[in-house]
Design a protein around this ligand. Structure first.
Ligand code: ADP
Ligand code: MG
Ligand code: ZN
Length: 472
């Protein structure tokens, strides 16, 4: 039998507000355990929550960027749970009246076709405290308790692990460019649960789904989904019954294990949070927020392809982060060479940027370097050589090449002499060349480049070798 896979994601994203959702404690990641806490976020009896307006603003911003309609009248609800990381025994969340509904993201699937993945809802809620398990005890850190979250729930529109990863990557890029979250999966500020079912191909009725929790990287998401698809298919093929349950992905064992049988909305006994007023969101506020939305990665990518003639791949990489995209545009504007700028930013500089966040490196410097290469003052090899110093010391490329005497030699007379000398010493290469082994030219260029410590202009060296070698 042929099967069709159905996947829906529930994505939790911690918002980068200064303070928590219902109190004034700092919401930043980490910190000494239990230092960003107060009676409200510890859930002490009688403490009263107060909604942080910024949280609603960020949720609306996400909703607008993800093509949702924004509710005018919302509410917060109590979701009853009983876990040690939530001592008040309910989480403040939203059930019936989330801030945003009915959005979508377009993802690009095979051969450039795009596919709409619908978003059912985005609601706001509070994060739980963090449990730290050691061999013999479990500790609890309330710093994370009350950190604001948005939960983004998709319709069951995804059809493979690959599509799910693509969706999550797109979502992450959009959310980070909105500056509402740093979306670091490794720090838990972006977390994803995957719902999976399998049905007979072409069937109208979805199969029984399982939900996988604890997926904390893109790799894990892909592996977890593929594992679960295989498991479903083998159970179904064996005529076994699947149960709706919540499973945990184990990244070291590469499998999923049952956590609990699925709870249903009824189990949570949702009811309106009486300690908070209802949410009234007016058009003016929405329009104000709309104005703060920057050009988003998908549109930017399209524009980069058209405006700068970049390949799809280049445009995609360069638009993932707004900082890199801006750097690219500023550099290109000064030096006029988009392709070279793209190559530098995706090659040597990408790794430098990764290792040295916030280094003192400016578009003006990269533009200067590219122009020096393009006008023949230095070779590309020298450029690569000095980029680390430009990057780390923040010096101008011109100053570095002058200081170190690295200016490229384009003087044909001196280069010709060198070429002649090298040819005389390499008669074997000349013989090879005559036998049709043209690759020896590259070797000879290399010899001269080495001898001049990379300073000879390689185009001229190449030209003169071709000219001279025929004379032997
Ligand atoms: P809950 O909140 O109880 O987990 P929801 O109805 O909100 O349940 O669904 C959660 C997610 O599961 C959504 O992303 C939805 O698209 C997805 N989903 C629902 N039914 C299926 C199914 N049969 N197969 C795969 N995913 C599903
Ligand atoms: Mg769920
Ligand atoms: Zn607090």
């Amino acid at each position: 039998m042929e099967y069709e896979v159905v996947i829906g994601l529930e994505v939790h994203c911690e918002l980068a507000t200064k303070t928590k959702i219902f109190c004034g404690c700092l919401s930043e990641f980490g910190g000494k355990p239990n230092t960003h806490i107060c009676p409200v976020c510890m859930g002490l009896p009688g403490a009263l929550p107060q909604l942080n307006r910024k949280v609603v603003e960020y949720a609306i911003k996400a909703g607008l960027a993800l093509n949702c309609s924004i509710t005018r009248y919302g509410r917060l609800d109590r979701k009853t749970i009983f876990y040690p990381d939530c001592p008040k025994n309910y989480q403040i969340s939203q059930q019936e009246l989330p801030v945003c509904r009915d959005g979508f993201i377009d993802i690009e699937i095979d051969n450039g076709n795009s596919k709409k993945i619908r978003i059912e809802r985005i609601h706001i809620e509070e994060d739980a405290a963090k449990l730290l398990h050691t061999d013999h005890e479990t500790l609890i850190d309330f710093n994370r308790s009350g950190v604001p979250l948005i939960e983004i729930v998709t319709k069951p529109d995804l059809r493979s692990a690959k599509e799910a990863v693509l969706f999550l990557e797109n979502l992450k890029n959009i959310l980070t460019s909105l500056s509402i979250s740093d979306c670091k999966m490794e720090e838990g500020s972006l977390r994803c649960d995957a719902n999976i079912s399998v049905m007979e191909k072409g069937s109208k009725e979805f199969g029984v789904r399982t939900e996988i929790k604890n997926v904390n990287s893109f790799k894990a998401l892909e592996k977890a989904i593929n594992f679960e698809i295989k498991r479903h298919i083998s159970e179904i093929s064996a005529g076994k019954q699947l149960y709706q349950e919540t499973r945990r992905w184990d990244d070291t064992k590469n499998n999923t294990v049952v956590m609990r049988s699925k709870e249903f909305a009824n189990d949570y006994r949702y009811f309106p949070e009486g300690d908070l007023v209802t949410l009234n969101i007016d058009d003016d506020w929405i329009e104000e927020i709309r104005k703060t939305i920057p050009e988003l990665p998908p549109e930017k990518k399209k524009r980069f392809i058209e405006q700068y003639n970049l390949s799809k791949y280049d445009a995609e990489i360069l638009t993932i982060s707004i900082a890199v995209a801006d750097f690219f545009e500023k550099t290109t504007e000064i030096c006029g060479d988009a392709k070279a700028t793209a190559n530098w930013l995706m090659g040597d500089i990408a790794s430098l940027l990764k290792e040295n966040e916030g280094a003192n490196f400016k578009p003006e410097q990269l533009a200067e370097l590219i122009m020096l290469i393009n006008e023949g003052t230095i070779s590309n090899a020298i450029g690569k050589n000095i980029i680390i110093d430009v990057f780390k010391k923040g010096k101008s490329p011109k100053a570095i090449i002058e200081e170190r005497g690295l200016i490229q030699n384009s003087d044909e007379k001196t280069i010709l002499e060198l070429v002649k000398k090298v040819l005389v010493c390499n008669t074997k290469s000349i013989d090879d060349y005559k036998k049709g082994k043209t690759q020896v030219v590259g070797y000879l260029v290399g010899v001269i480049m080495k001898e001049t410590k990379g300073k000879a202009n390689p185009q001229i060296v190449n030209k003169l070798i071709m000219k001279e070698i025929g004379k032997f």
